[in-house]
Design a protein around this ligand. Structure first.
Ligand SMILES: NC(=O)c1ccc[n+]([C@@H]2O[C@H](COP(=O)([O-])OP(=O)(O)OC[C@H]3O[C@@H](n4cnc5c(N)ncnc54)[C@H](OP(=O)(O)O)[C@@H]3O)[C@@H](O)[C@H]2O)c1
Length: 212
Protein backbone atom coordinates (compact mmCIF):
# COMPACT_ATOMS: atom_id res chain seq x y z
CA UNK A 1 0.00 0.00 0.00
CA UNK A 2 1.27 3.46 -0.95
CA UNK A 3 2.38 5.62 1.98
CA UNK A 4 0.23 8.74 2.32
CA UNK A 5 2.08 11.96 3.03
CA UNK A 6 0.09 14.69 1.34
CA UNK A 7 -3.72 14.78 1.45
CA UNK A 8 -6.03 16.88 -0.73
CA UNK A 9 -8.96 18.12 1.38
CA UNK A 10 -12.24 19.52 0.03
CA UNK A 11 -14.74 21.11 2.41
CA UNK A 12 -11.97 21.77 4.95
CA UNK A 13 -13.40 25.21 5.71
CA UNK A 14 -16.72 23.70 6.83
CA UNK A 15 -17.73 22.60 10.32
CA UNK A 16 -16.63 18.94 10.13
CA UNK A 17 -13.85 19.97 7.76
CA UNK A 18 -12.21 22.08 10.47
CA UNK A 19 -11.98 19.06 12.78
CA UNK A 20 -10.58 17.01 9.92
CA UNK A 21 -7.89 19.55 9.07
CA UNK A 22 -6.84 19.91 12.73
CA UNK A 23 -6.59 16.14 13.15
CA UNK A 24 -4.63 15.69 9.90
CA UNK A 25 -2.18 18.34 11.10
CA UNK A 26 -1.86 16.65 14.49
CA UNK A 27 -1.05 13.37 12.79
CA UNK A 28 1.68 15.05 10.71
CA UNK A 29 0.11 15.00 7.24
CA UNK A 30 0.74 17.74 4.68
CA UNK A 31 -2.50 19.15 3.31
CA UNK A 32 -3.60 20.79 0.08
CA UNK A 33 -6.82 22.57 0.84
CA UNK A 34 -9.30 23.61 -1.85
CA UNK A 35 -11.24 26.62 -0.57
CA UNK A 36 -13.67 28.93 -2.31
CA UNK A 37 -13.06 31.68 0.22
CA UNK A 38 -9.57 31.32 1.76
CA UNK A 39 -9.99 34.68 3.52
CA UNK A 40 -12.53 33.03 5.89
CA UNK A 41 -10.22 30.17 6.86
CA UNK A 42 -8.61 30.53 10.29
CA UNK A 43 -6.31 27.51 10.78
CA UNK A 44 -2.68 28.40 10.14
CA UNK A 45 0.12 25.89 9.62
CA UNK A 46 3.20 25.44 7.49
CA UNK A 47 1.79 21.98 6.64
CA UNK A 48 -1.13 23.59 4.76
CA UNK A 49 -1.09 24.79 1.16
CA UNK A 50 -4.26 26.59 0.13
CA UNK A 51 -5.66 26.47 -3.39
CA UNK A 52 -8.43 28.94 -4.13
CA UNK A 53 -11.10 27.30 -6.25
CA UNK A 54 -14.38 25.44 -6.56
CA UNK A 55 -15.09 21.70 -6.58
CA UNK A 56 -17.39 22.27 -9.56
CA UNK A 57 -14.41 23.47 -11.60
CA UNK A 58 -12.17 20.64 -12.75
CA UNK A 59 -9.20 22.96 -13.25
CA UNK A 60 -9.31 23.86 -9.53
CA UNK A 61 -9.33 20.17 -8.66
CA UNK A 62 -6.32 19.56 -10.90
CA UNK A 63 -4.30 22.20 -9.07
CA UNK A 64 -5.47 21.01 -5.65
CA UNK A 65 -4.65 17.31 -6.31
CA UNK A 66 -1.18 17.88 -7.76
CA UNK A 67 1.41 15.89 -5.71
CA UNK A 68 -1.24 14.41 -3.38
CA UNK A 69 -1.43 10.76 -2.31
CA UNK A 70 -5.07 10.69 -1.16
CA UNK A 71 -8.26 12.76 -1.19
CA UNK A 72 -10.73 13.42 1.63
CA UNK A 73 -13.93 15.42 1.26
CA UNK A 74 -16.50 16.78 3.68
CA UNK A 75 -18.15 18.98 1.05
CA UNK A 76 -21.82 19.67 1.71
CA UNK A 77 -24.61 21.21 -0.34
CA UNK A 78 -25.10 24.92 0.40
CA UNK A 79 -28.61 26.38 0.17
CA UNK A 80 -29.50 28.03 -3.15
CA UNK A 81 -26.25 26.95 -4.81
CA UNK A 82 -25.75 24.65 -7.81
CA UNK A 83 -25.83 20.95 -6.96
CA UNK A 84 -22.36 19.90 -5.85
CA UNK A 85 -22.27 16.18 -5.03
CA UNK A 86 -22.40 14.47 -8.41
CA UNK A 87 -20.42 17.02 -10.41
CA UNK A 88 -17.72 17.29 -7.71
CA UNK A 89 -17.52 13.49 -7.57
CA UNK A 90 -17.19 13.26 -11.35
CA UNK A 91 -14.38 15.85 -11.31
CA UNK A 92 -12.63 14.22 -8.35
CA UNK A 93 -12.70 10.73 -9.88
CA UNK A 94 -11.51 12.01 -13.25
CA UNK A 95 -8.52 13.88 -11.79
CA UNK A 96 -7.65 11.02 -9.41
CA UNK A 97 -7.48 8.71 -12.44
CA UNK A 98 -5.44 11.21 -14.41
CA UNK A 99 -2.90 11.62 -11.58
CA UNK A 100 -2.87 7.99 -10.43
CA UNK A 101 -4.24 8.82 -6.95
CA UNK A 102 -6.05 5.77 -5.56
CA UNK A 103 -7.40 6.58 -2.11
CA UNK A 104 -10.62 8.58 -1.65
CA UNK A 105 -12.60 8.97 1.60
CA UNK A 106 -15.80 11.02 1.63
CA UNK A 107 -18.47 11.95 4.14
CA UNK A 108 -22.21 11.48 3.52
CA UNK A 109 -25.47 11.27 5.45
CA UNK A 110 -27.20 8.06 6.51
CA UNK A 111 -29.84 8.84 3.88
CA UNK A 112 -27.72 7.53 1.00
CA UNK A 113 -28.82 4.03 -0.07
CA UNK A 114 -26.58 1.19 -1.18
CA UNK A 115 -27.62 -2.29 -2.41
CA UNK A 116 -26.04 -3.77 0.74
CA UNK A 117 -28.26 -1.88 3.23
CA UNK A 118 -30.65 -3.45 5.69
CA UNK A 119 -31.87 -0.18 7.18
CA UNK A 120 -34.04 -0.30 10.32
CA UNK A 121 -37.44 1.39 10.26
CA UNK A 122 -35.89 4.39 12.02
CA UNK A 123 -33.08 4.79 9.47
CA UNK A 124 -35.55 4.24 6.62
CA UNK A 125 -37.77 6.99 8.04
CA UNK A 126 -34.81 9.40 8.20
CA UNK A 127 -33.97 8.48 4.58
CA UNK A 128 -37.58 9.01 3.47
CA UNK A 129 -37.64 12.38 5.24
CA UNK A 130 -34.65 13.53 3.14
CA UNK A 131 -36.21 12.15 -0.04
CA UNK A 132 -39.47 14.00 0.66
CA UNK A 133 -38.01 17.30 1.81
CA UNK A 134 -34.86 17.57 -0.31
CA UNK A 135 -35.57 15.30 -3.31
CA UNK A 136 -33.19 17.01 -5.73
CA UNK A 137 -30.24 17.09 -3.30
CA UNK A 138 -30.93 13.49 -2.29
CA UNK A 139 -31.05 12.37 -5.93
CA UNK A 140 -27.80 14.18 -6.69
CA UNK A 141 -26.02 12.52 -3.74
CA UNK A 142 -27.34 9.16 -4.82
CA UNK A 143 -26.02 9.87 -8.31
CA UNK A 144 -22.62 10.62 -6.76
CA UNK A 145 -22.68 7.21 -5.07
CA UNK A 146 -23.42 5.55 -8.42
CA UNK A 147 -20.36 7.28 -9.90
CA UNK A 148 -18.23 5.82 -7.10
CA UNK A 149 -19.58 2.35 -7.84
CA UNK A 150 -18.78 2.72 -11.54
CA UNK A 151 -15.22 3.92 -10.87
CA UNK A 152 -12.18 1.78 -10.20
CA UNK A 153 -10.97 4.02 -7.36
CA UNK A 154 -10.36 2.76 -3.81
CA UNK A 155 -13.11 4.84 -2.17
CA UNK A 156 -14.83 4.69 1.22
CA UNK A 157 -18.09 6.55 1.76
CA UNK A 158 -18.49 7.19 5.51
CA UNK A 159 -22.19 7.59 6.40
CA UNK A 160 -23.19 9.43 9.57
CA UNK A 161 -26.29 10.52 11.53
CA UNK A 162 -26.65 13.98 13.17
CA UNK A 163 -23.23 15.56 13.75
CA UNK A 164 -22.36 17.26 17.04
CA UNK A 165 -19.60 19.79 16.56
CA UNK A 166 -17.70 18.78 19.70
CA UNK A 167 -14.36 17.31 20.74
CA UNK A 168 -16.14 14.32 22.32
CA UNK A 169 -14.46 10.97 21.88
CA UNK A 170 -16.92 8.03 22.05
CA UNK A 171 -16.85 4.34 21.37
CA UNK A 172 -18.18 3.92 17.83
CA UNK A 173 -20.67 1.52 16.28
CA UNK A 174 -19.47 0.71 12.77
CA UNK A 175 -21.89 -1.20 10.56
CA UNK A 176 -22.24 -1.83 6.84
CA UNK A 177 -26.02 -2.39 6.83
CA UNK A 178 -27.63 0.12 9.20
CA UNK A 179 -26.91 3.19 11.30
CA UNK A 180 -27.05 1.98 14.89
CA UNK A 181 -26.93 5.36 16.68
CA UNK A 182 -28.48 8.83 16.53
CA UNK A 183 -25.42 11.05 16.61
CA UNK A 184 -21.66 11.33 16.31
CA UNK A 185 -19.10 14.02 17.09
CA UNK A 186 -17.15 15.78 14.35
CA UNK A 187 -14.01 14.81 16.28
CA UNK A 188 -14.84 11.10 15.99
CA UNK A 189 -15.70 11.47 12.30
CA UNK A 190 -12.33 13.11 11.61
CA UNK A 191 -10.43 10.35 13.42
CA UNK A 192 -12.37 7.60 11.66
CA UNK A 193 -11.91 9.13 8.21
CA UNK A 194 -8.16 9.53 8.68
CA UNK A 195 -7.70 6.02 10.06
CA UNK A 196 -9.78 4.65 7.20
CA UNK A 197 -7.73 6.63 4.68
CA UNK A 198 -4.56 4.89 5.82
CA UNK A 199 -5.94 1.42 6.62
CA UNK A 200 -8.57 0.89 3.86
CA UNK A 201 -10.61 -1.50 6.01
CA UNK A 202 -13.78 -0.54 4.12
CA UNK A 203 -12.48 -0.31 0.59
CA UNK A 204 -15.33 0.43 -1.88
CA UNK A 205 -17.85 0.24 0.96
CA UNK A 206 -20.12 2.69 2.81
CA UNK A 207 -19.92 2.08 6.56
CA UNK A 208 -22.36 3.79 8.92
CA UNK A 209 -20.61 5.14 12.00
CA UNK A 210 -22.24 6.53 15.15
CA UNK A 211 -21.55 6.99 18.86
CA UNK A 212 -22.65 4.12 21.10
N1 LIG B 1 -24.30 18.50 9.77
C1 LIG B 1 -24.85 17.31 9.97
O1 LIG B 1 -25.51 17.02 11.01
C2 LIG B 1 -24.67 16.21 8.94
C3 LIG B 1 -25.26 14.97 9.15
C4 LIG B 1 -25.04 13.94 8.23
C5 LIG B 1 -24.22 14.18 7.12
N2 LIG B 1 -23.68 15.40 6.92
C6 LIG B 1 -22.82 15.60 5.73
O2 LIG B 1 -21.50 15.79 6.20
C7 LIG B 1 -20.80 16.69 5.33
C8 LIG B 1 -20.21 17.83 6.14
O3 LIG B 1 -21.24 18.47 6.87
P1 LIG B 1 -20.98 19.87 7.62
O4 LIG B 1 -22.22 20.14 8.38
O5 LIG B 1 -19.66 19.85 8.30
O6 LIG B 1 -20.90 20.84 6.34
P2 LIG B 1 -20.71 22.42 6.25
O7 LIG B 1 -20.27 23.02 7.53
O8 LIG B 1 -21.97 22.96 5.63
O9 LIG B 1 -19.52 22.55 5.21
C9 LIG B 1 -19.68 22.24 3.88
C10 LIG B 1 -18.39 22.58 3.17
O10 LIG B 1 -18.55 22.28 1.77
C11 LIG B 1 -17.94 23.34 1.05
N3 LIG B 1 -18.49 23.43 -0.30
C12 LIG B 1 -19.78 23.47 -0.68
N4 LIG B 1 -19.86 23.60 -2.02
C13 LIG B 1 -18.57 23.65 -2.48
C14 LIG B 1 -17.99 23.77 -3.75
N5 LIG B 1 -18.75 23.89 -4.85
N6 LIG B 1 -16.65 23.78 -3.87
C15 LIG B 1 -15.87 23.65 -2.76
N7 LIG B 1 -16.35 23.53 -1.52
C16 LIG B 1 -17.69 23.53 -1.38
C17 LIG B 1 -18.28 24.58 1.86
O11 LIG B 1 -17.44 25.63 1.46
P3 LIG B 1 -17.88 27.18 1.64
O12 LIG B 1 -17.49 27.52 3.06
O13 LIG B 1 -17.08 27.88 0.60
O14 LIG B 1 -19.36 27.27 1.43
C18 LIG B 1 -18.00 24.06 3.27
O15 LIG B 1 -16.63 24.14 3.56
C19 LIG B 1 -21.82 17.13 4.27
O16 LIG B 1 -21.67 16.33 3.13
C20 LIG B 1 -23.16 16.84 4.93
O17 LIG B 1 -24.16 16.55 3.97
C21 LIG B 1 -23.88 16.44 7.80
Amino acid sequence: MKIINKVAVLGGGGRTGNYLVNQLLKEGFSIKLLLRNPENFCIQSSQIEIVKGDALDIESIKVAFQDCDAVITTVGQRKDEPLVASLATKNILQVMNEYGIHRYVLLAGLNIDTPFDKKSTKTQMATEWMKTNFPIIQEDRQKAYNLLEESNVNWTQVRVPFIEFKDTNSELAVNLEDCLGDKISAYDIANFMIQEMTESKFSRQSPFISAI
